[in-house]
Design a protein around this ligand. Sequence first.
Ligand code: GLU
Length: 332
Amino acid sequence: MRKFISTIAGALLMFTVSAPLSTVAKSAEFFSIGTGGPTGVYFQVGNAICKMVAMLQSAEHGRKKGTDKAYRCSAPSTGGSTYNIGQIMEGELQFGVAQSDWQYHAYNGTMPDKVKPFKGLRAIFSAHPEPFQILVGKKSKIKNWDSMKGKKVNIGNPGSGQRGTFEVLMEAHGVDTSYFSAASELGSSEQSGALCDGKIDAYGYTVGVPNSGVRQATDGCGASIIDLQTDAVKKLVADNPFYAWATIPKGTYKTSKKDVTTFGVMASVVTSAEVSDDLVYAVVRAVFENLEDFKKQHDAFKDLDPKKMIVDGVSAPLHPGAIKYYKEKGWM
Ligand code: GLU
């Protein structure tokens, strides 16, 4: 909680979904959920959670079951997974959305050059699957990983999950950025524009399906997603519990003429062991009591299933506030 509670003014400036002002008594508690770029799916996850918190509070306002504490939730756009984990560690964010590979590496300290080791990281639940997608421009002539050699490629902004995962992919293939003629670091809301303008030939993005940013490139200028099934990718999937094969079904975007096979991770919602059990319990309860509404907030959430959400992609220990709710529901 530490520093963040003191930044109430900052929180008010951010996009805030909350209970009506009249319900905010002196015991209001502010918290923030780090997301990703404004056109990504993490932004939808964070703001859907805030909406569920506000819905549960207003439904229970004045009823005995309702908490007398008002929660004010904000879900600002951020750099992505590894940025969110770092800010949770600093106490600047209470929650964040993060790829399951970066959750794993942060908790286990296994890739300290890409994500800060953080033993206090706690999982809450996972949301949607995120295939790692390489989008290639219509005129790029890129068909597979090998034909990316010598092309202009966006590897993602530092702090994003795709940046780290792209680096892992390059290392797995025994190359670095010199494999490309240029490697840019554009954020997720800039990459489709750059691809359509021909400034880059390809970009890598770990994101839920469907996604409006990807659609801008596929439906907007004929870009497509390539298969990623090299021997190096097969080894990554075989050797790491947080990677799995993923399919982007035919028909997802205008240029999806066939199923695309790639590897992927889960988007997980994480927090810190220092965040109170009460707050975590309140957030988890708001999401699961309203899960049918939550699933309607974005197409990527339509298959969410509570029993899978508390197991799949959860590689840090679950927070005790979440465990309390899952036990009450008989899920654990
Ligand atoms: N997977 C991306 C990341 O970790 C974010 C995707 C999104 O914004 O939906 O940064």
